[in-house]
Design a protein around this ligand. Structure first.
Ligand SMILES: [Cu+2]
Length: 216
């Protein structure tokens, strides 16, 4: 003989499962009913508009455009990189200049001096460090590959701040401008940096867009 509480459960069991089924079907139906164009537009708006990520301090990136990401320096064979964390919502904000997982590529001729300005306009701590691509799977990145090629305290990271560093790569190869905050590079917070033996000038490729050459 079942106890009264078990009988109660038995009585409502069919009702319970019909509610679960109907809620599941309804949400699936809503998903299917959303026109693909609308879904794509929504995604577009959330992922590619600079400064659209939540909680940003706009003053830190006021006036900054994609043209500022790559400039020639004042001295010969000097290039300036501007690398902004959380430029868009791409990869949950774990992007640089709107790209993650190597989706943007800087190419710098070997022997040029690289002046990097890094800005994090958002509340989540990030940082910037130059590492070999093979080091991207490390949870923590202790030192930059080239001398001086990291912001201060790159493991702690920083929010609502900017920093700069300068380095002169003396070795060609495939590197990454990665976030040094533990696990971020592992989760895609990096863009690519090629130090090229034979390149004549610095360039930048942002996603599918045409290659940009460094100008003043
Ligand atoms: Cu990060």
């Amino acid at each position: 003989m079942p106890t009264p509480s078990i009988r109660w459960v038995e009585r409502f069991r069919p009702f319970f499962w019909s509610v679960v089924l109907s809620v599941t079907l309804n949400s699936r139906a809503t998903e299917l009913a959303t026109p693909p164009s609308q879904a794509a537009d929504h995604q577009h708006a959330a992922s590619s508009v600079p400064g659209s990520a939540s909680g940003l301090r706009p003053a830190l990136i006021a006036g900054v455009t994609e043209r500022d990401f790559l400039k020639l320096g004042d001295k010969p064979k000097t290039v300036r990189l501007l690398v902004v964390a959380t430029w868009t919502d791409d990869n949950y904000g774990m992007n640089f200049n709107g790209h993650s997982r190597g989706g943007a590529l800087y190419t710098v001729p070997k022997g040029w001096t690289v002046e990097v300005t890094y800005i994090n306009p958002g509340p989540v701590p990030h940082s910037l460090i130059v590492i070999e691509k093979s080091a991207l799977k490390k949870i923590q990145i202790p030192v930059p590959y080239f001398k001086g090629a990291a912001v201060p305290n790159h493991v702690q990271g920083m929010s609502y701040d900017k920093a700069s560093f300068t380095f002169t790569p003396d070795e060609a190869g495939e590197f990454a401008l990665a976030c040094g905050f533990p696990t971020h590079a592992l989760n895609g917070h990096w863009i690519a940096l090629d130090i090229a033996e034979n390149a004549s000038e610095p360039t930048l490729k942002l996603g599918d867009k045409p290659v940009i050459k460094a100008t003043r």
